[in-house]
Design a binder for this molecule. Structure first.
Ligand code: GDP
Ligand code: MG
Length: 439
């Protein structure tokens, strides 16, 4: 992983007063390799590394972070800049109806995304999804079924209609009659870009001028994404991109490539097959994903805000010694209550699977209170050596905390899980990442 390679490089960079060109080049070689592995287009990679080199070379090494982290921060900032640091919401036409034209290759997720967007906006608008994919008979039916499931209005080809332009035009009238103010045109895709498809899309665009032309791209597309986006952009003038299947293990280089190639921002991210699996695209999170690391910077900032130096030092010590006790867990629980949702905190940890674990964790504040009560009912010795907490002690602790033996068991189980997590954290963080005030 990039993180490991960075750690190696970072090791060699450490302890120098200034970042030399040589140091930076060494680090950039790894950046380049990682970006290419994440399927970022080579032209984009070159641009990026040029900019990073310019910014990093000759910089004074900051006292508070390692040179490695410093370079990493620059890399990260540049990645985010290419993708757009601010979320770009879908725009609404000042004069209804607002029309969104969905375009993309076959299987990219156009039909699914059309319904996802409609469903998301049905609270504030009255959307109408329109089947302009007349290539495959099943396509119309697919949209109709999904629309019904999502509870949004549907319009398809009328008897004898074979031209999607007719359908698009017809949908304007239908929307007016049915008071729909948002029209989403689902279109046909091919396996490859071809002229006939492009012409069809251009004709639809001319017949029903859209507020947004959204390119739907499968995140797995990789380097191909640049060619695809450039072709669609040249013909249609994209206003935004929907990047789908980000729930898979694509590293997401496509997001970078598309932004760099067309300037069209990625606006939305498809995170699954279900209608609600759509998120506003977050460039920072994508940057982390491309670099294959958790939000270390964010974590440090957050931890700094809410914990006293002393607490952090104590925790760091425990992590260093790989000894995570129930006392530490108590400390963590108290910090977490100050920090906000546990899932947000876990998401920021540079550990694969941490956010998944957060989803499984019980985040109910009442539960956290109970957990706190249970740990407080333990003797200091029990807290430091949880393995001695057997049946009789469990009953006593349950009584003392006003909970049940079952809940005590759960807390001990949760502790074991956190301990594993902290072990991973201690390992992953030892080199590149220092807790504030830590060694
Ligand atoms: P179209 O040919 O562009 O209209 O693509 P579809 O909307 O029919 O989607 C093709 C396949 O991809 C379907 O099986 C969808 O369920 C699936 N799909 C679409 N978006 C996502 C996504 O964000 N995540 C996952 N896992 N699957 C998706
Ligand atoms: Mg489709």
């Amino acid at each position: 992983a990039l993180k490991d390679r960075f750690e190696k490089i970072f090791g060699t960079l450490r302890g120098k007063g200034r970042l030399s060109e040589e140091d930076v080049n060494l680090a950039l070689r790894e950046v380049r390799r990682a970006l290419l592995e994440a399927d970022v287009h080579y032209k984009v990679v070159k641009d990026l590394t040029d900019r990073i080199r310019e910014r990093a070379t000759g910089q004074d090494v900051l006292a508070s972070i390692t040179p490695a982290q410093q370079v990493l921060t620059i890399v990260f900032e540049e990645l985010v800049a290419v993708m757009g640091s601010e979320p770009k919401p879908l725009t609404i036409s000042p004069k209804p109806p607002t029309v969104y034209l969905m375009a993309g290759l076959q299987g990219s997720g156009k039909t699914t995304s059309t319904v996802k967007i409609a469903s998301r906006l049905k609270g504030s608008h009255k959307p109408l999804v329109v089947a302009c994919d007349l290539q495959r008979p099943a396509a119309v039916e697919q949209l109709r079924v999904l629309a019904e499931k999502a509870g949004v209005a549907f319009y398809g080809p009328q008897a004898g209609q074979t031209d999607p332009v007719q359908v698009a035009r017809g949908s304007l009238k239908y929307a007016e009659d049915h008071l729909a103010d948002l029209i989403l045109l689902d279109t046909a895709g091919r396996l490859q870009i071809d002229e006939a498809l492009m012409e069809e899309l251009v004709r639809i665009k001319e017949a029903v001028p859209p507020q947004e032309v959204l390119l739907v791209v499968d995140a797995m597309t990789g380097q191909e994404a640049v060619t695809v986006a450039e072709s669609f952009h040249a013909k249609l003038g994209l206003t935004g991109v929907v990047l789908t299947k980000l729930d898979g293990d694509a590293r997401g280089g496509a997001a970078l490539a598309i932004g760099a190639a067309t300037g069209a921002p990625v606006k939305l991210a498809g995170m699954g097959e279900k209608i609600e699996d759509l998120e506003v695209f977050d460039a920072r999170r994508m940057g982390q994903r491309i670099l294959g690391m958790g939000d270390v910077v964010g974590l440090v900032e957050r931890v700094q805000q809410v914990t006293s130096q002393q607490d952090v030092e104590r925790l760091t010590e425990s992590l260093k010694k790989n000894r995570f006790t129930l006392e530490d867990m108590l400390l963590q629980l108290q910090q977490i209550q100050k920090m906000g949702p546990l899932e947000k905190v876990l998401e920021m940890l540079p550990i694969p699977g941490a956010s998944k674990m957060a989803q499984g964790a019980d985040l109910d504040p009442k539960r956290i209170k109970h957990t706190e009560a249970i740990i407080l009912s333990m003797t200091p010795r029990e807290r430091r050596s949880p393995e001695i907490i057997k049946g009789a002690r469990r009953r006593r602790i349950a009584l003392g905390s006003g909970t049940s033996v079952q809940m005590v068991n759960q807390v001990l189980h949760q502790y074991e899980q956190m301990k594993d997590l902290m072990k991973a954290f201690g390992k992953g963080g030892r080199k590149g990442f220092r807790m504030p005030g830590g060694g």
